[in-house]
Design a protein around this ligand. Structure first.
Ligand code: O7E
Length: 211
């Protein structure tokens, strides 16, 4: 079954908790990134802990190995269950994120290719494929691949095999959930859910589409 991951990119703590609570019965995890953490601080993690859903830190970690280690240690100490890191920084830096995650019994996912139009400038021409190979070598738990380009997901699937592929870009960015859900392990959805009049109902609708 394809998972549904809520991308909770709202800026207000009350709204974040309210959206998460209404969606909780229909989602498999919550992805939290800079917009929410910079607005509320890391205490948002404890505010969401009662929902008992995995919390994924989308900090797209992209630094030297030592700094990546410090960031990932802070992520797992804060209570997150998984971290997202960039792979273009090289195997040593990416592997550090994976090692810290696994030491904390968590998961680490590597961004192989991004979903926005400009991503083709650098990720195409073999780079995304090399990052996907790196993710396999570094024993990452999975990769991030673009819902806006299903053909690219299929290509990256050839490289990562049964490793998880999580895919943002459904809805607001134009990706078709029906088409993408068949190719990936989880779709990551933000605005289509949290900007809906009834976020819980939209999450429920998407949860039915994916199965
Ligand atoms: O377009 P939305 O509103 O459904 O939100 C998509 C979310 O996924 C948002 O947090 C954005 O930062 C993130 N994202 C992409 O949209 N494209 C990418 O290529 C990568 C990500 C991302 O989350 O990367 C780590 C999973």
């Amino acid at each position: 079954m394809t998972e549904l991951i809520l991308s909770l990119d709202v800026l207000d703590r009350k709204q974040a908790v309210s959206v998460a609570e209404s969606c909780a019965p229909f989602i498999d995890a919550i992805k939290i990134g800079y917009p929410l953490v910079l607005s509320t601080g890391l205490s948002i993690v404890s505010d969401l802990a009662d929902l008992a859903l995995p919390l994924i830190a989308d900090f797209k970690v992209a630094d030297i190995p030592n700094t990546n280690r410090l960031i990932c240690e802070a992520v797992f100490s804060a209570g997150f269950d998984a971290v997202i890191a960039h792979g273009f920084v090289g195997a040593d830096a990416a592997r550090t994120c994976v090692e810290v995650a696994h030491r904390h019994s968590g998961a680490a996912y590597i961004v192989a290719e991004m979903s926005h139009p400009g991503a083709t400038e650098f990720f195409h021409g073999g780079v995304a494929e090399r990052i996907a190979e790196l993710a396999v070598t570094c024993r990452a738990d999975g990769i991030i691949a673009p819902a806006t380009r299903p053909e690219r997901i299929a290509r990256l699937r050839e490289i990562v095999g049964s490793k998880a592929i999580y895919s943002p870009g459904v809805g607001a960015q134009g990706g078709d959930p029906d088409e993408v859900a068949r190719l990936v392990d989880g779709i990551i959805v933000g605005r289509s859910i949290y900007e809906a009049e009834n976020p819980g109902a939209e999450a429920e609708r998407l949860s039915r589409i994916r199965r």
